[in-house]
Design a protein around this ligand. Structure first.
Ligand SMILES: N[C@@H](CCC(=O)N[C@@H](CS)C(=O)NCC(=O)O)C(=O)O
Length: 233
């Protein structure tokens, strides 16, 4: 059984979607960011960067003691290897997918995350930061659009893979972030196609109301998330 240290966020959904798509048994362990659950020594032992998601596989591939993995990209690669699904077997195909998983991890996620932070959540609206991350967000949508124009069907070619799963939850944020997805017609068509997948919808529904019904954010956590006072010492 795979234990998932989880919250319903774009990075968490990558894992819940993948688990629903590949059919491996799992159990959710809710982590309330609002309460600082991700800062506890117990959580840090599994995920030393203080972030969701993480997994503990109690029956790991290859046997041995429980295996814990943090970073959603690494988790997707592991689940693909364990299930034998959503990743090609040939070298060219495998790295065709891997490079787009890394692109998401190093570019799309961090940049859209920062855009969301400055544009939606920060009390202080700093034009420089918003423009900087909005411009970069649009550039990345353009990169994805050109890639989908080349491949036609899915991000890394004819087949649906973990590259699509890594990217989809971040493109879901386009409405909230007011990114005009219609300006990127191949991204829009790909997004609509993926949205229709039943397993993906089940993945998105996992723990849907956890944060809505969970404990409210403490003032201390808000200070931490917005970095108030950070970097001054
Ligand atoms: N690169 C990491 C990013 C993880 C991440 O940023 N997780 C967010 C939730 S989506 C988080 O735990 N934030 C808590 C914090 O920043 O304190 C991954 O993809 O796993």
């Amino acid at each position: 059984m795979i234990e998932v240290l989880y919250g319903p966020t774009p990075n968490g959904w990558k894992v819940s979607i993948m688990l629903e798509e590949c059919g491996l048994p799992y159990e959710i362990r809710p982590i309330y960011l609002s309460q600082g659950d991700h800062l506890t020594p117990e959580f840090l032992a599994v995920s030393p960067n203080n972030k969701l998601p993480a997994i503990i596989d109690h029956a790991p591939l290859g046997g041995g003691p429980p295996l814990s993995i943090f970073e959603s990209g690494a988790i997707l690669l592991y689940l693909a290897e364990k299930s034998g699904k959503l990743m090609p077997n040939d070298v060219a195909g495998r790295y065709g997918v891997t490079q787009w998983v890394f692109w998401q991890m190093a570019n799309l996620g961090p940049v859209l995350g920062q855009h969301g932070h400055f544009f939606l959540y920060a009390d202080d609206k700093i034009d420089y930061a918003i423009d900087r991350f909005r411009g970069e967000t649009k550039r990345l949508y353009g990169v994805l659009d050109r890639q989908l124009e080349k491949t036609g069907a899915y991000v890394a070619g004819d087949d649906y893979t973990i590259a699509d799963i890594a990217i989809f939850p971040w493109i879901m944020t386009h409405k909230a972030q007011t990114i005009p997805i219609a300006d990127y017609p191949r991204v829009q068509a790909w997004f609509t196609k993926l949205r229709g997948r039943e397993a993906l919808q089940r993945g998105l529904a996992v723990g849907k109301d956890l944060y809505k019904n969970g404990p409210p954010q403490s003032p201390e956590m808000r200070r931490r998330i917005f970095g108030i006072g950070a970097g001054k010492d």
